[in-house]
Design a protein around this ligand. Structure first.
Ligand SMILES: C[S@@+](CC[C@H](N)C(=O)[O-])C[C@H]1O[C@@H](n2cnc3c(N)ncnc32)[C@H](O)[C@@H]1O
Ligand SMILES: [Zn+2]
Length: 279
């Protein structure tokens, strides 16, 4: 069942044919790929917010090579372990991109769990919904999520933005927030090609207000790549892609094989019993 609510008046939807209609008669068409576009036009800062088609295609091509499979498996394993006593659960992958991690969650968690993905990029969600059918996808902003208060057992946020007040509003009491951010040596061998000095400062994220950090994991492994195209895809999906000039790129791609460190910081937070209770 689709858990999304009307982004304009926060009431629940009833489906009529291929349209979701709320109590106040706001209409949202279900796209042919099965997703809902719940981003109000006036909430867009640009015509096509979020990752563009080129970045999204590079990410899909790279992820298809399973270079980040150890991360996807670790995240699924954690969600599964933390929700082990649940018969049913609502899960949101916030800023899910083209759905790679969301899909592994859906595959590995019990069938009764409801898996949802949200991203502000329409092209990413279109790709996600076309490929993965057993997941509810919607286009919306992470800053204004069309889901009810206290509705999520777990929220996953992998390299995506969020707002503490929204995390606090959405997650149930004792529910979990699992975040993935880059750790100091992430893609070191690529970054050292473009930066004189690679910043290796350790990153300790503090708990969003209303949450306690309950676990922190450093996932580090060498990614062995044998195809130049995979290196190219990996670079094109990073924010430093534009820092490579023609020469540095040519030199890098001329190598026959690559060993690139992946270094992820995984943090698990739990929403405090009563976040208004200061004791
Ligand atoms: C670095 S990508 C990560 C995507 C995915 N989690 C992954 O790791 O493959 C960041 C994603 O956040 C999305 N994004 C950026 N701003 C957003 C916002 N305000 N609300 C929702 N998604 C947003 C982008 O469109 C992009 O898909
Ligand atoms: Zn409405």
């Amino acid at each position: 069942m689709n858990p999304f609510i009307c982004p304009l008046c926060q009431t629940v939807f009833q489906q009529t044919n291929n349209t979701q209609i709320c109590a106040n008669n706001h209409h949202f068409d279900i796209a042919k790929e099965g997703y809902l576009n719940l981003l109000p036009v006036n909430a867009k800062n640009s015509k096509n917010p979020g990752d563009n088609k080129e970045m999204m295609q590079a990410r899909r091509a790279f992820l298809n090579s399973d270079g980040y499979l150890p991360l996807a498996e670790k995240v699924s394993e954690l969600v599964s372990a933390y929700l082990t006593d649940k018969e049913q659960a609502q899960i949101l992958d916030l800023g899910c991109g083209e759905g790679y991690y969301t899909a592994l969650l859906a595959e590995q968690l019990p069938e009764k769990f409801i898996i949802n993905g949200l991203d502000i990029s329409k092209v990413a969600i279109r790709y996600a919904a076309k490929r993965y059918k057993n997941i509810n996808f919607c286009v919306a902003s992470a800053y204004d999520v069309p889901l009810p208060d206290n509705s999520l057992d777990a929220l996953i946020r992998i390299y995506a933005p969020s707002l503490d007040s929204e995390l606090q509003r959405l997650i149930k009491q004792n529910g979990y927030l699992i975040t993935v951010t880059p750790a100091p040596r992430h893609l070191f061998q690529l970054r050292e090609k473009i930066y004189q000095q690679v910043n290796e400062h350790a990153q300790e994220n503090s708990a969003p207000s209303g949450f306690n950090k309950i676990e922190q994991i450093n996932l580090n492994y060498p990614l062995q790549v044998t195809e130049a195209q995979t290196v190219q895809d990996l670079i094109n999906m990073t924010p430093f892609a534009w820092k490579f000039n023609k020469q540095t790129m040519q030199d890098l791609l001329a190598e026959k094989s690559w060993s690139i460190e992946c270094d992820f910081n995984i943090e698990i937070y739990q929403k405090q019993k009563d976040s208004t209770d200061k004791e």
